[in-house]
Write a new protein. Structure first.
Length: 120
């Protein structure tokens, strides 16, 4: 009987995590503020995939990595290793290896100073 209850609880937890991740996934888009003459204002696009991977397209560069939920209102983005350093240097932006993204609501995220809205 104890094994049955344990398995039932385990299944319930697994289903709740899957539901939470699927409600987070999707495409988010926004305009980044200008950072002076060196980095102009530009579109940023973030794709949060169901398999916990992500893609960000910003300033002509594609960044990839893995994401995980930190709590009710935060995600941690862990970027993959940079393969072409020159592409990133030309973009004028070097991102930290890990970034925290905050949920404003279910359709808006805050990435640094940029508000990203879910593309429906």
């Amino acid at each position: 009987m104890k094994k049955f209850v344990f398995i039932l609880l385990l299944l319930f937890y697994a289903c709740s995590v899957t539901t939470q991740q699927s409600s987070i996934t999707g495409q988010f888009k926004g305009r980044t503020p200008s950072m002076g003459s060196f980095v102009p204002q530009d579109e940023m696009e973030l794709f949060l995939n169901v398999d916990s991977s992500f893609n960000i397209h910003w300033l002509g560069v594609d960044y990839t990595g893995r994401w995980k939920v930190l709590g009710k209102n935060q995600l941690k983005l862990k970027f993959d290793e940079i393969t072409d350093v020159y592409v990133h240097l030309r973009s004028g932006v070097i991102l930290d290896r890990e970034r925290t993204v905050k949920f404003i609501d279910k359709n808006k995220l805050k990435f640094g100073n940029t508000i990203l809205k879910r593309k429906l």
